[in-house]
Design a protein around this ligand. Sequence first.
Ligand SMILES: [Zn+2]
Length: 321
Amino acid sequence: MSVLTTMKDVFKITLPTPFPVGDVNVYVVRGDKLTLIDAGAKTEEAWQTFKYQLGELGYKPSDIEQVVITHHHPDHVGLLDYLNDELPVIGHPKNQPWISQDEVFFQKNEPFYLELFTQFGIDPAFIKNVDMTNELRYSCHRSLTMSVVEGDSLPGMMGWRVIETPGHAQSHIVLYRQEDGLLIAGDTILAKISPNPLLEPPQFGETTRPRPLVQYNASLRKLQKLQMTKVVTGHGDDVNLPHELIQKRLDSQKERAYGVLHMLREQPMTAFEVCTRLFPKVFHKQPVLTMSETVGQLDFLEDLGEINIEVVNKQFIYHTK
Ligand SMILES: [Zn+2]
């Protein structure tokens, strides 16, 4: 692990996480303010690594003047709890209930997930083993001090602007510097893998659940229109040919979806049945990730008008047309 100068005034720090994804990248941006983009998972190891690498750049944690978070996942926000309480935390408004671990929000989500799991045809015995809160111990208890949305600039970061990229997380934003086409992409673009389109409950009076994969594709198409010379990411290497990578991601997702369509042509199925066929070895170990991926493909096909849903005993049965 080492500190790398990626582009002008932007420095990458790589921190360990306890998650299967491996290390997370956070960025120090030098401007009118010294800004940290994302803060790793809340572990002592991540904190020690962070202090060491920050030191190699000539800074200490107390030099940081604000933190911008790309999205609310624990591996991107947990270390906020190790940083000074007074430090401004900037992000999309949808981060708030997650990063503050709002009990009311979590309680309200329980019936939502239960209904969703019933619709998807998940065996109730299996639901009991799904622990949705385990990762939260690596997250933080902080609040946003400033909300930013599409098109906003950022205090102390001249030349940067916020672009909303919902999909992997509903709270996801990326930061774009027009001057040299640098994009700080969080988990929206990753060099080696496509991020999971995680299922999230509605927020702010929304009445239906978001369709994360459909949103994610729209976010990628929006980014494709940008002049990008380089993308720095939340996990793994930088991406030097972002337009090509985005096209590759969109194409391979479509291919996966048509694989699902092929399965449904043979026999109508619930989302859970599709999931067990797509991920026979991992669905029981990673139920949330594999179900999110499956439902994403089904949402995509439904959005294209390729499939219909028939409701039988509260369960959604997916049919081809
Ligand atoms: Zn994430």
